[in-house]
Ligand binder design. Structure first.
Ligand code: GLP
Length: 253
């Protein structure tokens, strides 16, 4: 796990966007795994700019998003499909038919999950997976638990997640209590993973992710065994990292 401590949110976003740009330069038909949440918004803004300047081409790219709320249609303002359309897809030259977000209103969720994993596999697997992290250590919607799921599945959201995510809804009762999410196996199969975290509220979980033992109670800690993970955090999210002089932690001055 390589950790880059960026000066601030903008720099974190720029570094991540450049990593994606570099990949698309050498592999224009790359398969991207994308994430929602406030954290990657800056990366998407950067990518939109790079696309406008003809420095990044999305015309041959395929994308798979990590998760979607169960019960929300793609035109619901808080659905992750809507998020992706408005924050990225509507503004770049991507073929939306090749952008995939799990269907939150599928008739048959078991089938939807199986087909989502099969589609990723058939496409050749994810080249680069972008991740945020929940304060409780969730990635996608893989919540802390005694057991974790390998594959795409429907999951109950924890009270903490519902509370944290209620900031986007009019009131907490409107937050879906379940979601469909890629599993740990689906995420870990990605060839490269970039996890982003910004701000004080992520400092504790970033210290646990980087410095503590692997535990299903911190789903993101599984990333420690992945061979190609880049963690990019800003200084606030890095505040509780103890071993910042260790190999593998880079400060960008
Ligand atoms: C959400 C998403 C995650 C995201 C996380 C953090 O619930 N399911 O994919 O990484 O919470 O969100 P934020 O970036 O807004 O802190």
């Amino acid at each position: 796990m390589r950790v880059i401590v960026a000066k601030n949110y903008e720099e974190m976003s720029r570094i991540a966007a450049m990593e994606i740009a570099k990949l698309l330069y050498v592999k224009p038909e790359a398969i991207l795994g994308l994430a929602t949440g406030s954290t990657p918004e800056g990366v998407y803004k950067e990518l939109i700019e790079l696309n406008k300047e003809n420095r990044v081409d999305f015309s041959r790219v395929t994308t798979y998003n990590l998760d979607e709320y169960k019960g929300l249609t793609g035109d619901h303002a808080q659905s992750y499909r809507y998020f992706m359309n408005t924050r990225l897809f509507n503004h770049v030259n991507i073929d939306k038919n090749r952008s995939h977000v799990p269907n939150g209103v599928a008739d048959d969720f078991e089938k939807e999950c199986d087909e989502y994993d099969a589609a990723i596999e058939n496409a050749g697997g994810i080249d680069l997976q972008l991740l945020g992290i929940g304060r409780n250590g969730h990635i996608g919607f893989n919540e802390p638990s005694d057991f974790l799921n390998l594959n795409t599945h429907v999951t109950d959201l924890t009270e903490d997640t519902i509370k944290v995510n209620s900031r986007f809804f009019d009131n907490i009762d409107e937050v879906p209590t379940q979601a469909i999410t890629m599993g740990l196996g689906s995420i870990m199969k990605a060839k490269k993973i970039i996890l982003l975290a910004s701000g004080e509220s992520k400092a504790e979980i970033i210290a646990k992710l980087v410095e503590e033992k692997i535990s299903t109670r911190i789903p993101a800690s599984m990333l420690q065994v992945h061979p190609n993970v880049l963690v990019i955090v800003d200084q606030e999210a890095a505040a509780l990292l103890k071993n910042t002089s260790n190999d593998g932690i880079e400060y960008l001055k």
